[in-house]
Design a protein around this ligand. Structure first.
Ligand code: E4P
Length: 219
């Protein structure tokens, strides 16, 4: 399973990359706005850090505008993937961009049917939003599981990115389903490390080691 960070914050990306476990980054207009940095420059900086797929989202709502914006964004770096919302215009733009060999990530996906449309249009990635489905009292993981089954049934090439991840169990459940990628906030990535028995274990080993050193005369 590949791990993407869902952030436009350079410090967070740098830390994740230094750990050696971050394969890519997803951004969206909200995440970019939070950083108060120039959009294209920030996308370039992220690409230089992660050297893997970096999703940058278009803000045009008509397909021609989306395609124009996508072409500009794709010039920033070879790793840029164009994030496009799942609307009729979005699907048309994805189809046009896939003909031109520009990588796309169909975003704001909330149902298996929407995911099928993205795959048929030739999207490189599709991003079902688990957490936001849970937020409206529905079952985000069930939606994700159905998408995985359908994509396996038809051997679609489109990779599935489990998105809108809120906690480590979302990641575990996605991994059990064999989802290609999980994109998560930095706070969730940090939580993946945590286990109280690891902390207790380190404390006990250190204490025993100190005792041993005392007995052995500082050796
Ligand atoms: C995905 O690419 C989106 O940027 C993201 O996962 C949205 O998550 P949110 O529901 O936490 O905003």
């Amino acid at each position: 399973m590949k791990i993407f960070l869902d952030t436009a914050n350079l410090d967070e990306i740098r830390k994740g990359v230094e750990w050696g476990i971050v394969d890519g980054v997803t951004t969206n207009p909200t995440l970019i706005a939070r950083e108060k940095a120039p959009f294209k420059e920030r996308v370039k900086e992220i690409c230089q850090l992660v050297k893997g797929p970096v999703s940058a989202e278009v803000t045009a709502l008509d397909w021609k505008g989306m395609v124009e914006e996508a072409k500009e964004l794709a010039k920033i770096d070879e790793h840029v993937v164009i994030k496009i919302p799942l609307t009729p215009d979005g699907i048309r733009a994805i189809k046009a961009l896939s003909y031109e060999g520009i990588k796309t990530n169909a975003t704001l996906v909330f149902s298996p049917m929407q995911a099928i449309l993205a795959a048929k249009a030739g999207a490189t990635y599709v991003s079902p939003f688990i957490g936001r489905v849970d937020d409206v009292s529905s079952d985000g993981l069930k939606m994700l599981e159905e998408i995985v089954i359908i994509f396996n049934n038809y051997a679609f090439d489109t990779e599935i990115i489990a998105a809108s991840i809120r906690h480590p169990m979302h990641v575990v459940e996605a991994a059990l389903m064999g989802v290609d990628i999980a994109t998560m906030p930095f706070t969730v990535l940090e939580k993946l490390f945590k286990h109280p028995l690891t902390d207790i274990g380190i404390e006990r080993f250190m204490k025993d080691w100190e005792e041993y050193r005392k007995i052995m005369g500082g050796e």
